[in-house]
Design a protein around this ligand. Sequence first.
Ligand code: GLN
Length: 201
Amino acid sequence: MPLIGVLALQGDFEAHLEMMRELSAPAREVRTAAALQEVDALIIPGGESTTMLRLLHRENLWQELARFGEEKPIFGTCAGAILMASEVSHPQQESFSMMDIAVIRNGYGRQLDSRIVLLHPEPGIEEVLGRDLEAVFIRAPIIQRVGPGVEVLVRYNGDPVLVRHGKHLAASFHPELTTDSRIHDYFVRRVAETLSFASNP
Ligand code: GLN
């Protein structure tokens, strides 16, 4: 089983760890470069992306995490997705460019200030994720553009809200804040596949 790290500088990292416990997937908090070295994949939680950005620089984790993302899978939710994007607006902000997506922070405005909606995965992924995903949106970013290598797994009102780019996954909502662990399960299974692929070229 892969060891999943959860970036624990700020935000709702505890909810992700709880999801991992529910799935019986080994996971631990990551606050330092040394801890990052020990995990096989990372979750960047929801929270406040500007604060996380500042803390990542303060803890000298920015470069380490950028390198980590070149080799290992990362799953970002909400603020985490903002940090992984290639383009951030409203306001513009530094990001890792791990996924070819453009996001508008707080893009749904009041409409999705804090709301739970029922989503239906796209046809190709429905058999993997199942139907009727409960999604919690809190000051969520709009994923305004996705690049050619990005697969849209779930949409809300036509906009992508769960996307995959290679080994990375990003959600504009918070799968960690429901009791439904299907998206986390999907990520952990994909990490396991990526790792066994890497060790059996
Ligand atoms: N609006 C926040 C930001 O821009 C993200 C909100 C969230 O993670 N729930 O960082």
